[in-house]
Design a protein around this ligand. Sequence first.
Ligand SMILES: *[C@@H]1O[C@H](CO)[C@@H](O)[C@H](O)[C@H]1NC(C)=O
Ligand SMILES: *[C@@H]1O[C@H](CO)[C@@H](O)[C@H](O)[C@H]1NC(C)=O
Ligand SMILES: *[C@@H]1O[C@H](CO)[C@@H](O)[C@H](O)[C@H]1NC(C)=O
Length: 557
Amino acid sequence: MTTTAIILCFLALLFQLLNLNNNIVYFSAYASSSTFGVGSQQWQLLQKSIGIVSMHMQLLNNDRVVIFDRTDFGLSNLSLPQNKCRNDPNEKVVKTDCTAHSAEYDVLANSFRPLMVQTDVWCSSGAVSPDGRLIQTGGFNDGERAVRIFRPCAGCDWEEIQLGLAVRRWYATNHILPDGRVIVIGGRRQFNYEFYPKSDQANTVFPLRLLAQTNDRNEENNLYPFVYLNVDDTLFIFANNQAVLLDYKKNIVVKTFPPIPGGDPRNYPSTGSSVLLPLKKLQQPSIEAEVLICGGAPRGSFPRAKAGDFVKALSTCGRIKITDQNPQWLMETMPLARVMGDMVLLPNGNVLIINGAGSGTAGWEYGRDQVLSPVIYQPNSPFGSRFEVQSPSTIPRLYHSTAVLLRDGRVLVGGSNPHVYYNFTNVIFPTELSLEAFSPSYLDSKNVNLRPNIILPASQVKVGYGQRLAVRFLVLAANLSAVSVTMVAPSFTTHSFSMNQRLLVLYVVGGVVSVSRSTYEVKVMTPSTGVIAPAGYYLLYVVHQEIPSDGIWVQIQ
Ligand SMILES: *[C@@H]1O[C@H](CO)[C@@H](O)[C@H](O)[C@H]1NC(C)=O
Ligand SMILES: *[C@@H]1O[C@H](CO)[C@@H](O)[C@H](O)[C@H]1NC(C)=O
Ligand SMILES: *[C@@H]1O[C@H](CO)[C@@H](O)[C@H](O)[C@H]1NC(C)=O
């Protein structure tokens, strides 16, 4: 911590104590924030090793992140508690395994505990149900049709539903729906989709031609498709270099988009990443939705990487307004080419592009030239000045690495396991068991006067649809014309795609009003329907001059 940072922290604390009428909630929220005073140091090593690889991650509403790798690549470096072991005759590598392949990371305590999965969760998918449980589906081998539930509660562990899926799902994408069900789309050799839970036993699997059409011979390039719930209750599905809108209720494709210019693939193993850009102007009768897809690897990169030729990754992003009558791609160029990047929506609506490699592809030993510097994309800046390179990490994060947003605005970064086994030595990119946090510059101590703190409502508030919600916050140096309120759905992240990631810029009713010294209130409208915001837990932030507060949890229902 620099001296300036200490002084700023002290001043802020003093200021707060003088504002005691603004109640205790703020004080405790402030005291628990670990992000002030980090100066301009953007990277923080949180854990040297959690004993497993952060191959899949999901933040739950108890500020704990469920993490897992796979059960079929040897013994992890994290023991199961109480002499528990898994005896699984179907296992490919270790039939009696007393190590964990899943863990729960407690963000506030910076601690972790082992969890026990029963079957192989490798390359699976997930979504959080409206009541806050993680519904995780599929995987490999004995886990390929399993559904697993993880409840956010003290001491809880995985519950397994055997044969919960109609068919095997390996490298599928899930999305939560407005009716609370999850749609599970694709997976290796599955050109179809299904729902969980099942409402109709008779017709459980629905074909999707897009997946058959985009499956490249010898390299696939359409696994983990990018899927978003559109504002008209259709699903945008992008695979390889093509996209459609699917009416999942009638099981028909209602629109086909032009292919992304250049024609190169963007999905596994030519793994790019993607986000649904922030949904805004939510009061308007027709809301616009835009999708951004960045990076990937040119067609043919996978077989060439197999032969030892590591092709330079793609440096282009495609952006498309999917609600347009006649949508067209706008192409932009990133400052760094990247395959296997992760795209994370930050609370202020900017997009972080992080992790990955500069050449090669996803898959065993096929990535090269780690890209250590994240890039921030500012969707509202003028074309040509949207990207900003950030300070680099020191740890390569290639295949099987992840990044998720935390409540306090940091981004949790983990994983990297480009080998069939854990392999910590004798390989170019050793398997990585560490966890780091990336702090965007909004957390710099120089921004302490601009950073809002939410006083009311208290975290875990329940809200309805289309309601007025008063949000009270403190900020030392207020600019009342630069306040917005955002809501972010935490995502299930694996293989460079964050499923269910969604950010809403809430409609502000009237203006921001001053309540008392440095205390303000802004009234917003909660989203109008479950199509705009499927029921469940979201992080709500007050954003002031692009600087977000700590989030609070809101459950919309
Ligand atoms: C695994 O755990 C052991 C004992 O805790 C430790 O000495 C070793 O460094 C760990 N290995 C890795 C790769 O983290
Ligand atoms: C990786 O680990 C496996 C299992 O421990 C071992 O058989 C293999 O030789 C290792 N590979 C390298 C390159 O060290
Ligand atoms: C206040 O915010 C508005 C909107 O972002 C901006 O145009 C203006 O320059 C800001 N004023 C100050 C004093 O920073």
